[in-house]
Design a protein around this ligand. Sequence first.
Ligand code: HEM
Length: 159
Amino acid sequence: MYNGLIHLHNFMRWVILLLLVIAIIKAFVGMTANRPFTKGDKQVGLFLMISANLTFLIGLYQWLAGRYGILTTSLPPGTELMKDSFYRFYWIEHPLGMIIAIALISIGRGQSKKNILDIVKHKRSFWFYLIALIVIIATVPWPFREAIGRPWFPGMQIQ
Ligand code: HEM
């Protein structure tokens, strides 16, 4: 069951990245071509929010009670949290970065509900989504990252 959750958490990263890229391109085209903010724009934002929140919930469970959960494990003797790149990443950097990214996604999507010009909606969501994308790329445990790297896709082996 826990492996299934890790696989889903791993896979959802790709769903979020894909939806973010689509949302950013749509917002960019919308703001440069001064297009109306459509139902399609709204829907991409909604799916993005749902995916980000699902990934957050799984992550929260892993963080609290997973194989390196803060409630279920303790630091190896003699280890200092901030000096250990593995625990610092999974206990602090990854959750914090992702929570910031999810908050940015929520604010970006919230623009669609505001009583503002469509071009302003596009502009604001563009920037919030773009920064969220950068933060996610920076805090995903990519396979090439030393000590913390994880597979590209669920079930794949790390070389
Ligand atoms: C946009 C949101 C997020 C993305 C894209 C993301 C991405 C990932 C990826 C790709 C992995 C590696 C999975 C694997 O081993 O195959 C991972 C692991 C992990 N993530 Fe996230 N994550 C997100 C949010 C969060 C949040 C909010 C938390 C904590 C509150 C969290 C906690 C963890 C933990 C603890 C692991 C290690 C799990 C384990 O190996 O037992 N993640 N995450």
